[in-house]
Design a protein around this ligand. Structure first.
Ligand SMILES: [Cu+2]
Length: 213
C-alpha cells in the first residue's frame, strides 16, 4: 500500500515524555530559579559589597592628594619609601602604580580609618598578605573602604592583578601598631629583614594565589 503526504498521521504520533524525565525538568527549572534569586540576594544581603565610598577621580589629582597626605603625616622612611602615620579616624591614601604601593602606612589597632585606593596607570589588585582581603584598584576611581584594623603586625600589600613586567615586585606594607602602644617615633627600624629578599618571595606567592580571578 502507498502512503502520501496528504494522509494525516495518527493523532499522537510522538512518544510522550516519561514521568521521570518530567520530574527532572522541573527540578532543574526550580534550581535555576533558586540561583536566579540568589544573585540579587547576594547583592543585598551577602555583606560582600564595598564598605565605603566610591567616586571618579583624576589620577593626577589623586597623586597630588597622596603627596599631600605623605607630607602631612610622614614619620620616617622604610627602604626609601615614606612611612606615614595618620591619626585615628582620618582618611588614608594608598596609591598603586607600576610597580609600587605608596606610601607605607602605619595604623592603630582598633581605630577606624577610610582607606582610599586608586591607581595612576593600569588596573592593580589590592590583597593584604597573609589575610584574605582582595580588592580591585582601578585608575580613575577612588575607593574609600572603612576599615578597623583588628590585629597588630606587619602586613604586605600584594598586587594580585597582573600589571606588567615588574608585577611580582609590587609589594607594599601596612603596619598595625597594637592598641595602647606609644604613638609616633621613627619607622626606620621597622624595615628589618622583611622588605628585602623575603618580600619578593611573598610577592610570587601572592601573585600565584591571587591571580586566578
Ligand atoms: Cu600587579
Amino acid at each position: 500500500m502507498y502512503r502520501t503526504g496528504i494522509e494525516a498521521p495518527e493523532r499522537v504520533w510522538w512518544k510522550k515524555v516519561g514521568r521521570h524525565e518530567k520530574i527532572w525538568v522541573w527540578i532543574a527549572f526550580a534550581w535555576c530559579m533558586v540561583l536566579f534569586a540568589m544573585m540579587p540576594l547576594w547583592h543585598l544581603r551577602g555583606g560582600q559589597n564595598p564598605s565605603g565610598i566610591r567616586h571618579r577621580v583624576d589620577p593626577a589629582a589623586y597623586q597630588a592628594r597622596v603627596l599631600e597626605f605623605v607630607q602631612e603625616y610622614q614619620v620616617g622612611t622604610d627602604n626609601g619609601l615614606p612611612v606615614v602615620e595618620p591619626p585615628p579616624g582620618s582618611d588614608v591614601y594608598l596609591q598603586a602604580s607600576q610597580y609600587a604601593w605608596l606610601p607605607v602606612v602605619r595604623l592603630r589597632q582598633g581605630a577606624e580609618y577610610t582607606l582610599h585606593l586608586s591607581s595612576l596607570d593600569v588596573n592593580h589588585g589590592f590583597s593584604l598578605y597573609p589575610l584574605n582581603i582582595n580588592f580591585q584598584v582601578v585608575p580613575g576611581y577612588d575607593y574609600g573602604l572603612r576599615i578597623v584594623p583588628n590585629q597588630p603586625g606587619e602586613f604586605h600589600v600584594m598586587c594580585n592583578e597582573f600589571c606588567g613586567i615588574g608585577h611580582h615586585l609590587m609589594v607594599g606594607k601596612i603596619i598595625v601598631e597594637p592598641a595602647g602602644a606609644a604613638v609616633g617615633g621613627s619607622a626606620d627600624g621597622l624595615a628589618g629583614g622583611t622588605a628585602g629578599g623575603r618580600s619578593s618571595a611573598d610577592a610570587d606567592g601572592g601573585a600565584n594565589t591571587g591571580g586566578g580571578r
